[in-house]
Design a binder for this molecule. Sequence first.
Ligand code: AOS
Ligand code: ZN
Ligand code: ZN
Length: 390
Amino acid sequence: MSEQALAAVKSALTSQRIETPSWAYANSGTRFKVFAQPGVPRAPWEKLDDAARVHAHTGVAPVVALHIPWDRVDDYAALAAYAGERGLTLGAVNANVFQEDDYKLGSVTHPDPAVRRKALDHLMECVAIMGATGSRDLKLWFSDGTNYPGQDDIRARQDRLEEALSAVYERLGDDQRLILEYKLFEPAFYATDVPDWGTSYAHCLKLGERAKVCVDTGHHAPGTNIEFIVAFLLREGKLGAFDLNSRFYADDDLMAGAADPFQLFRIMYEVRAGGGLEPDAGIAFMLDQCHNIEPKVPAVIRSVMNVQEATAKALLVDREALAAAQRAGDVLGANGILMDAFQTDVRPLVADVREELGADRDPLAAYAASGWAERIAAERVGGEQAGWGA
Ligand code: AOS
Ligand code: ZN
Ligand code: ZN
């Protein structure tokens, strides 16, 4: 690889921003058990303290996604200032219309207009919070759906969804975006109201330019070609964000790049090919994970590293050679070019990038040596539950 090409790879890696989720730092679990861990944050401020450690060691994770109400505070501008003092900014505001009794039959698609109103009020509250936090993105994931055929009218629910989304979209500022996430199933098991990228895409298309799709990598049927979805959405200008995580079976929310690093590479290659790594592309690379049994801060660090390594490999693909092989119909040659990049050990390259950013060549070793884990275990008693798996 030429010096110039290597410099371009490094520059792309340097400018990538990975957004970590506030809830990854808090206690979490499955519906069977939440395992409390020592040193877990007691309030949003302490989640930011942990996120700042991740950023200090990796150099590429300066943004933290919030979740309302899990991160409810009296003064959001103060929270943003607190983040700023730690070299962080506040990222997507994740709304929550799935954890109250009223939402048993849905939130914005509920058959009762009073419940729909309540859900919409919460979404509007999130938009107001974005104003104070300086967040660009409102991220919407709806647990809405039905468990049994005939339970509710599928088309009417789409009408209600459209009505709520357009009301929220109208409320957004010119620099703000609505990011609509989809998920195949769970908690609804028969028909989810936003089950796939096509549904999200169709709603976003109607809403307008600042409505985009969020691809959560854990939200597909097994075997789904996620990189195709990514390529398609990017081509249409409708890919807004990722919720990165790993899955073996369903929405497992394991560390990004842990279960299938090859899939993450293929996704990142399509992001690169579609211009999604350009600084003005506006793609948010968020993690959406819970660390139920592993220590949380190093798990987030590991995930950031995994995303970075997949990105580095995607950047190493020799695009010119690949295009030539594709034009020539050289099936094995083309595949070989992609695999060469995937099989490259990029760890030294990524370590160089970190060093240039003033972070650590080996973030996990640096974190272990920092004493942070011991300090928070001693200082924080009674850590918060993220809200999952109660
Ligand atoms: C739920 O399955 C979705 O992945 C959500 O994106 C997310 O985990 C939740 O909204 C946390 O805020
Ligand atoms: Zn998600
Ligand atoms: Zn999920």
